[in-house]
Write a protein that binds this ligand. Structure first.
Ligand SMILES: [Zn+2]
Length: 279
């Protein structure tokens, strides 16, 4: 599932290809977006900014409209040169946006909406820039306060609240808890100010490392990339606990456990020895 790092890299790649460029063709499967396009055609407008906000990707147009897409579990944006073969069937394309040099295609993106700057400010579902772990405007002290405003949450589900720490997803949730030796089942209220500060700093560090440029990075067709939280280059050793049920803990050898946690029943991985539940 895309987490904030994936959306950030997508926004960066799309931004490089499309920012400052005029839209030459636009096509969508979404009625609301097609209506907005009828009212104020996208063709002829310039793409001014492309940004990630947590798991939302925002494309700002010179006419003031903002195309917001959310990938949920299945969606992805691809970039192609004109005439390049698509890596997904055309029937999965929900939005096609073209400039003279590139085609951007949103495949199986389940949520797409049009906003204005004003309506975006009022939209509670889309995180503000200061709430996005990867944004330059991110405010760590405010993020700690937002965590503290959910004292009865268990730490695991609290980390997935997008208005608390926009960008952290299910993989990083388990990895952050392990790295700090914190049980994902401890209540936020039981954590000290210092521990919460470390939680926020670790989230920032892991996500930032995950969006570091590959050397020689350039505009390429979007590809997913494996996440890495250990310092090992071997993909089989890239994560501490996520996806490693019953495999030995990399620190103590105890079998890693997995369960479904929180109201959304998301999988959580942890080492019961390295991450004891405070009694
Ligand atoms: Zn362990």
């Amino acid at each position: 599932m895309p987490e904030g790092d994936t959306i950030y890299r997508t926004a960066r790649a799309l931004g490089r290809a499309l920012t400052g460029k005029q839209i030459t063709r636009f096509q969508t499967e979404y009625a609301q977006i097609a209506r907005a396009d009828d009212d104020q055609p996208f063709v002829g407008q310039t793409i001014t900014t492309i940004e990630a906000r947590g798991k939302w990707l925002l494309i700002h147009l010179s006419g003031g409209q903002i195309l917001a897409t959310h990938m949920l579990m299945s969606g992805s944006w691809h970039i192609y040169r004109p005439g390049e073969r698509w890596q997904e069937p055309a029937r999965n394309a929900r939005i096609v946006l073209e400039t003279a040099d590139f085609q951007a295609v949103a495949f199986r993106v389940p949520v797409a909406r049009i906003y204005t700057e004003r309506s975006l400010l009022r939209e509670a579902a889309i995180p503000k820039p200061e709430g996005d772990v990867l944004a330059g405007a991110f405010d760590a002290a405010a993020a700690i306060q937002r965590l503290q405003s959910h004292p009865d949450d268990e730490l695991g589900p609290a980390l997935l609240r997008q208005h608390v720490l926009a960008g952290v997803g299910n993989v990083f949730k388990s990895e952050i808890c392990f790295l700090l030796g914190l049980s994902p089942f401890c209540k936020v209220a039981t954590l000290s100010e210092l521990e919460l500060k470390q939680v926020v700093e670790t989230a920032q560090r892991l996500l930032a490392a995950s969006v570091l440029e590959d050397s020689g990075a350039q505009i390429v067709t979007y590809q997913g990339r494996k996440r890495r939280t250990t310092r090992k280059a071997d993909p089989a050793e890239s994560l501490w606990v996520y996806g490693r049920k019953n495999e030995p803990c990399r620190r103590c050898g105890t079998p890693i456990q997995r369960c479904l946690q929180g109201t959304n029943a998301r999988s959580t991985y942890w080492c019961p020895v390295c991450q004891p539940l405070p009694s």
